[in-house]
Each structure stands twice: as C-alpha cells, then as structure tokens.
Design a protein around this ligand. Structure first.
Ligand SMILES: Nc1nc2c(c(=O)[nH]1)N[C@H]1C(S)=C(S)[C@@H](COP(=O)(O)OP(=O)(O)OC[C@H]3O[C@@H](n4cnc5c(=O)[nH]c(N)nc54)[C@H](O)[C@@H]3O)O[C@H]1N2
Ligand SMILES: Nc1nc2c(c(=O)[nH]1)N[C@H]1C(S)=C(S)[C@@H](COP(=O)(O)OP(=O)(O)OC[C@H]3O[C@@H](n4cnc5c(=O)[nH]c(N)nc54)[C@H](O)[C@@H]3O)O[C@H]1N2
Ligand code: SF4
Ligand SMILES: [Mo]
Length: 746
C-alpha cells in the first residue's frame, strides 16, 4: 500500500510521481488531513531513488496556493464571478453550439498547453475533445517546443514518437546541443536526477561536450564547452557529417542493412566542410573536425539535442542531423548510444505490423490565412492570432484552452492578447486565472494533483530506462471538485451537439471500448486476438483514465495490469533500453530514411545561411531556471523569491559598447514589440547574444506573489513570421533585437 498512517498527530504518508516536469521523480508526501505538510524524494522509487528538485519540494505549496481557481468562474460585465458547475456548463451549452451551427466546426479553435502531457486525463481526453469538435484549428505548445524533433523522427523512423533516447547511464561520450538539463531536469530524455547521471559519465572516465551560446551550468559541469552562434547548429552538425565522410570515419555497422539514403547524405554534406561553416557558427574547423573524430572513436557515444536546436530557424534540419550522426557513427540502437524505448502502454512504436508503417505525413491540409502546413493533425501556433483576426469562412470565433497560457508562451504576445480579447466566446480549463484565461467567458478549474491518479504515458516513451509507475489518488475528490476527464468529456459532448447535462458515462465507455478495440487488433500485442470481453470484464470496476490505462497496459508489450502497478507504488523497472531496430520502424519502406525528401528540399535554405554576416547585430535567446516552470509556478513563494531572475543577460563587451550598466534598465526591441528589462552584465554569454527567460510579464492577474514580482515577457519580442518551415515551429532563439539603455530622467 502506498498510504500508511503514522499514528502521530494523525499524519500519513503517500507516494506519488511528481507531475511538474519530464523527470517523473517519486515524491513522498506527508499529509495532515487534506494538507501536504512535507515533501521528500521517495528513496525507494525505482527510477528517481530519492532525487527531488526545488519545484518538486514546492508541490504542497502549489496545491495549497490560495490564489488557485477552485470553483468555476463566469465572466459577467467584464469580471469573473464564482458559479456552480451546472451554471458554467449551461453557459457553455448556451453559447458554444450556436457559433458552431452558424459558422461551422472550424470556427471553434482549441489550444492545448504543456501540462496536459503531465496529466493522464489531459493526455487521453484532450484528444476526445478535439475529435468531438472536429475543427481544423487545433494548436498546442508542441509548435513552440519539440515539433521539429518529432518531424525529423517521423520522417526518418516513421512516427512522431520515434525519438531515439541517449543511453546516458551507459554512454562514454555525450555531445549535448541546446539543452541545459541542470536547469530543466531533462527533456525528450526522461532521466530523474539527470545531474547525477551526467556526473556519473565523467566519473567513469567518459566525456561530455556541450554546444551552447551560453556557458550554462551544464556546460560548466562538462569536459568541454563550445560557444555557437544561435541558429547555426545544423551547419555545425553538417560539418561533423562532412568530416565523418571526408576522413573515412563512417561506420554504421548493422544499420547498413536497413538504411536508405547514406549516399545522398554524403553528397549533401559535401557543401558543408568545417572550413566553410566556421565563420557562421563561430566554431573553428579544427575543433569541429576533432569533435567528429572523438564521436567516431568513442566506443559508445550519443548526440543529444533539445530546445535550443528546435526553437530556431533550422530546427528540423538540426534535429535530423542529430540522428544522422548517431547512425553514421553506428551509435543508433546500441547500448551506450541512442535507443528506442519499449513503453508499457500506449506507444505507436509498439503497434501495427512490426518494422513497417504508414510513415509520417505532413501538410495534408493548410492553415487558412497563411497556408502553413498541418503537422500531426495540428497547425502551428504562430497562426493562432491571425486565424482569429482575419474575417472570412473558417475564422476562429471561439476558443477552448486547456492547461495553456499562449499569451505568455507563444510569439507576439501583444497580438495574441488582443486577438483573444476579440473572440465571441472563450472557455478555459485551468488551475489559475492567468494572462490567457482572464479572457475566458467561462473558466473551469483543473483538478488537484492530489485527487487524481498519475501515469506518465508520454514520458515513459522518452525515458532512459523502460519504466512503469502508477500513482493512485492521494485523497478523495473535494466537495466541489469535478475530475478533469469528466470536464473534458462534457465539453466534448457539448461540442458534439449534446445537451450540457447529458450523462457522460456512455461517452467514457466509448473511449475505453475504442482503446480495447485497438489493443486486441494490434498485431504486435501479446493480447492480439484475445477475447476483448475477458479484458473488459477485468477492467469493469474502473472508470475514466484508469480504465483506459488498464486496457493499454493489458494490451501493451509487457501484458501488465494496473493492479500490478498498484501493488508496486515505487514503480516497476522493466530494464535498460534494448536494440529494437528494425522492428521499431514505421516507415513505408521498412528502412531508416536517412535522407527524407522534405529534408532534402530544405537544404538549399541552409546553404543560403552560410554567408550571412551579423555585423554587430544582437540576437536574443532564452533560458530556464530550476525554480521556474514556463509561465506558471511564479505564484509559489518559495520558488519566486531572492534575486530577480528575469534579467537581460548581456556580455560585458556588448554592455560597454551599448552603454548598458549592471542593474540598469534597457529597452529591448524587435520587429514584433518592445519591452524594458533590467540588465545583468554576464560573461557567460557569447558576445552578440543576449538572454531573457520566457514565461514572465504577469499582468492583470490576481496571483499575489507573482504580482509583486511579475518580470517582463520575452515573447513580446518573438515574431510570428519567424518559423522553421518544415515543422511550423516558432523561432524563439536567435531573434534579432536592438538594445539601448533607458536613460534615467534628469
Ligand atoms: N520565448 C520562449 N517561449 C517559450 C519557450 C521558450 O523556451 N522560449 N518554451 C516553450 C515551451 S517548451 C513550452 S512547453 C510552452 C508552454 O506553454 P503553455 O503550455 O501554453 O504554457 P504554460 O506556461 O506551461 O502554462 C500552463 C498552464 O497550465 C495550467 N495548469 C497546470 N497544471 C494544470 C492542470 O493539472 N490542469 C489544468 N487544466 N491546467 C493546469 C497552469 O496554470 C498554466 O496556466 O512555452 C513555450 N514558450
Ligand atoms: N526548471 C524548469 N524546468 C523545465 C522547464 C522550466 O520552465 N523550468 N520547462 C520544461 C519544458 S516545457 C521543456 S521543453 C524543457 C526544455 O529543456 P531544455 O532544452 O534543457 O531547456 P533550456 O534549459 O531552456 O536549455 C536550452 C539551451 O539552449 C541554448 N540555446 C539557445 N539557442 C541555441 C542555439 O541556437 N543553439 C544551441 N546549441 N543552443 C542554444 C540555451 O542557451 C539553453 O542553455 O524543460 C522543462 N523543464
Ligand atoms: S526534477 Fe521534475 S519531476 Fe523531479 S521533483 Fe523536480 S519538477 Fe518534479
Ligand atoms: Mo516544453
């Protein structure tokens, strides 16, 4: 059992996976009544072994925040007033269907934010809402994040979740680009205590090289740090590929038997000798050649790249080249290299005919105003504002946001803010009244993390070991609480034309039945052609996300059951990653496509960047801090205190040249907008690069802590016209800006 009563003072402990980042640490909570009085790392967690970070430690404070939204709110005469759930759904039932009837399905847009992926209800039922609505105007935080990685993986290996994971526990050599796991705790690389795991690489004699325009904590803890001009990773990686061919270091080994396109890659790489890219990247040719030789010489090496290489102009090319290098050095799919996971539940890489599939298609339709291609069923979020602003058929007139804050998190905040203000109707499901949800006509509170079960469907697909860990609810539902999956189901029912007070159980049953149908018809499942009624009976006592999860586990590759996971509150370790090629492939050819056609067509654009000169131009990049979480958790006192972290970092040379002083104010401008920020002179940056974290600039929201320390919003400066064209992903790093001192009034 995960719950034990301590006896003393009526307190008890409970075990629960932390939902606050991708690391999936086990937490040991002490509760008195409904209050969390203490949070520690769970020493017995099979994956995290007691590790915890300041955000996880603040889990109880976040749950108890008096500023959280706990009852539905309806906007009346411009201000939000508390309402009952029935009133809130009646309001939605009254106002949403007429818009759909008069203007069609596309007139209602959806934005799904990042915490949905950390929430079983959001992961499973967000999709149900989207399907019921049937609108092409679906946007998510993926296109301000990892979409380039998903497109590259999809084109090469077959699905948007075909992402090789660096085997950091067994590698001898790790090349890291555009990631700062000492702050972020890892991304597209679920590895609790990633700082410890990285240190262990060096302790066992391995080597870590970090490529980043800033000397981050991760860079400081590595063997070598290379400054790179923002946005030029694809040039650098292409030069590594060039060197591998040039110096006879290509050795894909067994991968040769099922890889297409090696010769095309060789031909393309010919245009990118290190001597040719050095000026653009800022990394001299001898260093690039040495980095390539070291990768080739290491017995077990992996290249790992994250958000700095995705949210940039050549995001998909850079992400593709990461795996090209892993393939050419023979490190893909071998222990200590980069491998595919075998998740216990719900992964596209464990379904269908082994070794073959439809592949990833992009651009099946296009956005209405700008004609940007759809990717994996969604449109780039840089299109959101224009799709609301531009009249005509298919214009977005109403919006549903779930666990997202696009006003702070997506480009051109000023414009997004105004666009949301112009909607005919808006519904938000969120735990806070924030810069986005303040526009909503109805706010429906998200569920407490204490009253819902947890399983990381998404992050076990991206983990450095195969793990399964389910946390049951820590306490029963509050008197006025509605489970988040029920909220999403009811919204789905209303969107499908049903009355607001309809019984949603049959709809929930349909969702579970569909998961079961897919499970037993999956030729890779050990439950293939099992009697579905037998499984249905075994899960009959469950409802909602738990029923679906139990079905996914039972029809998954390990034939687990939710009951087994309930018996193992510290998780089930299914072992280290193992080679899965070629059966893991889902490409139509059944082979690795090392030079997919859309990628090949994008290379001339990269060539044109070779001779770009910056001539004193400044570019803006972002950064993360271990005590922050995108645009939220700034209202948690223990996290948002101490020195101001929302500062503009400027290199001393640039500061002198521009007349900026440490602690002084600077006006930062781009083609999208202008903000005033406090300068922090800092030699960790590459000259010519300035850095501001994102997610700040809180305004017009009730949070007491964050109102006192609001910060400034870097996405006022990000532009909706700067994108990586293959994925539609926004460019959030490498934005040209001007910086000037703000003169104190005389
Ligand atoms: N300039 C710049 N911009 C960036 C980035 C960058 O590096 N630079 N990073 C981008 C990235 S990687 C991401 S993922 C996005 C994030 O962008 P978003 O996903 O749009 O925003 P978040 O800041 O994560 O806001 C999440 C919201 O979910 C709410 N929430 C939290 N938990 C729950 C819950 O359990 N249920 C419900 N219903 N709501 C909940 C929070 O209150 C908050 O309002 O930002 C992106 N924006
Ligand atoms: N504490 C905390 N943890 C988080 C989050 C958070 O907000 N706070 N957000 C979570 C989310 S949603 C995500 S997606 C992950 C992201 O996880 P990471 O990718 O590790 O995120 P960052 O710490 O922003 O690291 C990105 C690095 O890229 C560098 N960079 C910028 N531009 C370039 C470039 O052009 N080339 C190269 N090579 N590097 C560049 C930046 O200097 C920075 O050091 O973190 C997650 N974890
Ligand atoms: S590293 Fe991530 S999962 Fe672990 S305690 Fe911190 S926020 Fe939670
Ligand atoms: Mo993210």
């Amino acid at each position: 059992m995960s719950d034990t009563t301590n006896g003393t003072h009526g307190s008890r402990t409970a075990i629960r996976t932390c939902p606050l980042c991708e690391a999936t640490c086990g937490l040991q909570l002490t509760l008195r009544g409904r209050t969390v009085t203490e949070v520690r790392g769970d020493p017995d967690d099979v994956f995290s072994r007691g590790y915890i970070c300041p955000k996880g430690a603040a889990f109880g404070e976040l749950e108890a925040d008096p500023d959280r939204v706990r009852t539905p709110l309806i906007k009346r005469n411009g201000s939000h007033v508390p309402a009952t759930w029935q009133e809130a759904f009646e309001e939605i039932g009254r106002r949403l269907p007429p818009i759909l009837e008069a203007h069609g399905r596309d007139s209602v847009g959806v934005y799904l934010g990042n915490p949905n992926v950390h929430n079983l209800a959001g992961t499973i039922y967000g999709r149900v809402l989207v399907t019921a609505l049937g609108s092409r105007n679906l946007f998510t935080a993926s296109t301000v994040d990892q979409m380039p990685r998903q497109v590259a993986g999809g084109l090469m290996f077959g699905t948007g979740l075909s992402i090789p994971i660096p085997d950091i526990d067994r590698t001898d050599h790790l090349l890291i680009l555009g990631a700062n796991p000492f702050a972020s705790n890892g991304s597209l690389l679920t590895a609790p205590d990633i700082p410890g795991r990285l240190r262990a690489i060096r302790r066992r004699g391995g080597r870590i090289v970090v490529v980043d325009p800033r000397r981050t904590r991760t860079a400081k803890e590595s063997d070598e740090h290379l400054f790179i001009v923002p946005g030029t990773d694809a040039l650098f990686l292409f030069s590594i590929v060039h060197t591998l061919f040039d110096e006879g270091l290509v050795s894909p080994g067994r991968l040769l038997g099922f890889t297409n396109g090696i010769e095309q890659v060789r031909a393309s790489a010919a245009a990118f000798p290190p001597e040719r890219t050095a000026q653009a990247t800022g990394i001299d040719a001898a260093t690039t050649r040495r980095v390539a030789r070291e990768l080739a010489a290491a017995e077990r090496a992996a290249v790992y790249a994250r958000i700095g290489t995705c949210t940039q102009e050549f995001g998909t090319l850079a992400s593709w080249l990461v795996d090209v290098v892993n393939v050419l050095t023979g490190n893909l799919d071998r222990p200590g290299g980069a491998l595919f996971t075998k998740p216990a539940a719900g992964s596209p890489t464990t379904s269908g005919i082994p070794g073959r599939g439809k592949g990833l298609s992009i651009g099946r339709r296009h956005s209405r105003v700008r004609g940007l291609p759809e990717v994996m069923g969604e449109l780039p979020v840089v299109c959101l504002a224009e799709e609301i602003e531009t009249p005509g058929e298919g214009q977005i007139r109403a919006l549903i946001t779930v666990a997202g804050n696009p006003v702070l998190s997506t480009p051109d905040s000023g414009r997004t803010d105004a666009a949301l203000g112009s909607l005919d109707f808006m519904v938000s499901v969120d735990i806070y009244l924030n810069e986005t949800t303040r526009h909503a006509d109805v706010i429906l509170p998200g569920q407490s993390a204490l009253t819902r079960g947890h399983y990381d469907l998404a992050f076990y697909v991206l983990a450095c070991r195969n793990i399964a860990n389910y946390s049951p609810p820590v306490q029963p539902l509050g008197a006025d609480e509605v489970p988040e999956h029920e909220v999403l189901l009811r919204l789905a029912a209303i969107a499908a034309g049903q009355p607001a007070d309809i019984d949603i159980d049959p709809l929930d049953e349909m969702v579970a039945r569909e998961a079961l149908r897919r499970g037993v018809t999956n030729p890779q499942s050990p439950a293939h052609e099992a009697d579905p009624e037998e499984i249905w009976e075994a899960v009959a006592h469950r409802r909602g996300p738990e029923r679906v999860l139990d079905i996914l586990l039972r029809t998954g590759p390990y034939s687990l059951t939710l009951e087994e996971l309930e018996r193992n509150p510290h998780g089930v370790d299914l072992g280290p990653l193992e080679p899965r090629l070629p059966e893991v492939l889902k490409t139509p050819s059944g082979r690795i496509e090392l030079m997919p056609e859309p990628i090949e067509r994008d290379i001339p654009r990269l060539l044109s960047a070779l001779d770009r000169r910056r001539d004193g131009e400044l570019v803006l990049i972002g950064r993360r801090h271990v005590r922050s979480n995108n645009s939220w958790m700034h209202n948690v006192g223990s996290l948002n205190r101490g020195s101001n972290r929302c500062t503009l970092l400027v290199h001393p040379e640039d500061a002198t040249r521009l007349g900026l002083v440490d602690g002084g104010a600077a006006l930062v401008g781009s083609e999208a907008g202008r903000i005033e920020a406090t300068v922090e002179v800092c030699d960790e940056l590459m000259p010519g690069v300035v850095s501001l974290p994102h997610g700040w600039g809180h305004a017009g929201t009730p949070g007491r802590v964050q109102s006192a320390r609001p910060g400034v919003n870097s996405n006022v400066l990000a532009r909706t016209d700067l994108i990586d064209p293959l994925s539609g992903n926004a460019v959030l790093n490498g934005i040209p800006v001007t910086v000037a001192p703000v003169m104190a009034p005389v």
